[in-house]
Design a protein around this ligand. Structure first.
Ligand code: TRP
Ligand code: SF4
Length: 406
């Protein structure tokens, strides 16, 4: 969207607390979060309720996993002074919004989300025929909409969930975003911007509504953001009036696709806990060395004198991530002419991973020794998140005219 907006884009993303994070998470997700926290207002949370949807019977590991996940995040460079870090279940508003959204969400929308059937088939040994599991993506929608997020960094498999979120937001706005005298109020709000701005606004609105000119829409939105002489309510109305719908209570978020991590596991397949081929973020130095030394190589290189082909070797994929051009050249020549051994070839990788993980491991150890600090970070983060969440829920309840308790 526009960059002139006076409101910084909010970013929301979450992770289920399912055991230790590994290099795949680091290169795929965490580095991305570390960058984003400097440029956006970020909310990163531990989705403990989501962990229940696939594992409700055994909850024993969840508290410990929450803490371990936070340690890994912090050690990887995510900072509570740059991002709001919290636990989903410590912000009960997630459950409240989920419930309200569940009332307006057609069953078919949830049944059609691809992960619903996929996961049921993949995880046959688990009981995924529950109400909670069907609602998994809708709980995720509540996570996102509660903060009126503009961007949601997710992997490919989660894009459908963000799409559902957009549809649910649209439906909510459509059902509840209509004030009885909406058009009149919007027209009055236009006048409050002054003659020149009013003319520009009408012009852009017309271009968008009659010709579908989305650039005009962005410009008009930027213009509204920059208006200082109108109230929050009027601004929302004018946003809604631009698109013709009504007041926008829950803005539609956009997925920001996280590039799939190319990190291979120690057997050459994708690094993943279920393949048992991971190097954890806090793996000790000896174990890193051992795992890389044992990594399979091009199967045609049985002896040192057999030439090999890096394209057929999982170790090469690691060179693509960790090595500079000089080293890569050395590998290609050495492998093809059988002038280096596979252990020689692995050495720069071992050093690079050691170098990458040593400071992370050290920071993790510091955090491990200070549980009190970890608790505080999550406590403070959850409180800060709650404040914003409550504001959204107040808007939601008001729009639904469901505010009996006032
Ligand atoms: N479903 C996500 C996953 O498995 C985790 C998640 C829960 C999430 N709520 C979210 C991600 C909200 C982004 C936004 O990876
Ligand atoms: Fe793989 Fe390197 Fe051995 Fe070639 S020399 S097979 S690239 S480990």
């Amino acid at each position: 969207m526009d960059t002139t907006s006076s409101q910084p884009t909010r970013v929301v993303s979450g992770m289920r607390p399912t055991g230790k994070l590994h290099l795949g998470h680091y290169h795929g997700v965490l580095k991305n979060w570390v960058d984003m926290q400097l440029n956006y207002e970020c909310f990163f949370f531990i989705a403990d309720w989501h962990a229940l949807t696939t594992n409700y019977a055994d909850t024993s590991m969840i508290p410990e996993s929450i803490e371990n996940m936070l340690i890994d995040w912090l050690a990887a460079g995510i900072s509570p002074s740059s991002a709001t870090l919290f636990v989903q279940s410590m912000v009960p508003e997630h459950a409240e919004l989920h419930l309200l959204l569940s009332m307006i969400t057609p069953l078919g929308w949830l049944e059609r989300v691809p992960t619903f059937k996929d996961q049921q088939e993949k995880l046959k040994e688990k009981d995924l025929a529950t109400y909670g599991f069907l609602g998994y993506p809708l709980l995720q929608s509540a996570d996102i909409l509660l903060y009126k997020a503009g961007l949601v960094p997710v992997g490919e498999d989660q894009v459908a969930h963000v799409e559902l979120t957009r549809e649910v937001a649209r439906r909510f706005n459509h059902i509840y975003g209509r004030e009885p005298d909406f058009e009149e109020r919007a027209e009055q709000a236009i006048k409050k911007m002054g003659k020149k701005n009013a003319r520009m606004y009408r012009n852009y609105r017309k271009r968008y509504q009659e010709k579908g000119d989305t650039e005009a829409l962005s410009i008009a939105k930027a213009m509204l953001d920059a208006q200082q002489n109108i109230s929050v309510g009027d601004r929302e109305r004018l946003f809604g009036y631009l698109e013709g719908s009504g007041v926008i209570i829950l803005p539609e978020p956009q997925a920001k696709l996280t590039k799939a991590s190319k990190m291979p596991g120690t057997d050459g397949q994708k690094m993943s806990k279920s393949y048992n081929n991971t190097i954890s973020l806090t793996e000790d130095a000896e174990s890193i060395e051992l795992k890389i030394r044992k990594m399979p190589t091009d199967t045609n290189r049985k002896r040192l004198s057999d030439p090999g082909n890096p394209d057929k070797c999982p170790v090469w994929k690691l060179h693509e991530i960790y090595s500079d051009d000089n080293i890569k050249q050395w590998v290609i020549e050495g492998c093809r002419h059988a002038s280096i051994g596979c252990l020689d070839c692995k050495q720069p990788i071992i050093s690079a991973i050691q170098k990458e993980l040593a400071p992370i491991r050290e920071r993790a150890n510091d955090y491990k020794a200070d549980r009190h600090q970890l608790k505080n970070i999550l406590q403070d983060g959850s409180e800060a998140a709650r404040e914003i969440a409550r504001e959204t829920l107040d808007d939601v309840v008001e729009a639904m005219r469901f505010a009996y308790q006032t």
